[in-house]
Design a protein. Structure first.
Length: 199
């Protein structure tokens, strides 16, 4: 075998070896970073009652939490129920009308088996909310049906999600908003609504 050909084969083998080692090193660093991040999560930002929270797409203010026997519509359920109602203010900071706030707020305590997602009502007319227009802040009531077998809470911890905007997503190459973890946690005292008497 000519010397030149042997040299080319050695060069190719060396390139493959270096490339393989580099790829394995990158994978090891990526794995180690993921393990470290999972073992050392960034502590959630705590927000106070009445404090505006910037979630990217939305500006959210959590005001009060109340337990009541009637939903905001005032319609008495067929069977006695309890509702956890949270008063919020919501400002859509994007340029389009959106109902993406439906997944924005969750109860932080996993031991609480309330309905997983709240139903949102407009505070002004006590009816179910739909899409929120940009630059038109709206007062809403987030309502969870509380399980009958669970004691009523004295306080509640709420997780507020956040979203980021990408001019081009990885799948379609189109602009969109995407979930990006947790913006803040708000802890509220829960009061009893004495006004929600039997109707």
């Amino acid at each position: 075998m000519p010397v030149v050909q042997r040299s080319k084969i050695r060069q190719r083998l060396l390139i493959m070896l270096v490339t393989g080692i580099g790829g394995m090193a990158a994978a090891a660093v990526s794995f180690a970073t993921a393990v470290y991040d999972a073992a050392n999560p960034v502590p959630a930002v705590t927000a106070a009652k009445g404090e505006a929270i910037d979630t990217g797409r939305w500006r959210v203010t959590i005001n009060d939490a109340t337990m009541a026997s009637l939903p905001p519509t005032g319609t008495k359920p067929f069977e006695p129920k309890r509702f956890l109602m949270v008063d919020i203010e919501l400002d859509n900071r994007s340029v389009t009308t959106s109902n993406a706030f439906m997944n924005l707020i969750a109860i932080k305590d996993e031991r609480v088996m309330a309905s997983p997602k709240p139903v949102y009502y407009l505070a002004r007319d006590k009816w179910i909310a739909s899409a929120i227009n940009p630059n038109m802040p709206e007062k809403l009531i987030a309502v969870w049906e509380w399980p009958a077998d669970r004691p009523e809470p004295e306080k509640v911890s709420l997780s507020i999600g956040k979203q980021i905007y990408k001019p081009r997503d990885n799948l379609y190459g189109a602009p969109n908003w995407f979930d990006d973890g947790e913006a803040a946690v708000v802890e509220l005292a829960v009061t009893q609504d004495t006004g929600s008497s039997e109707q």
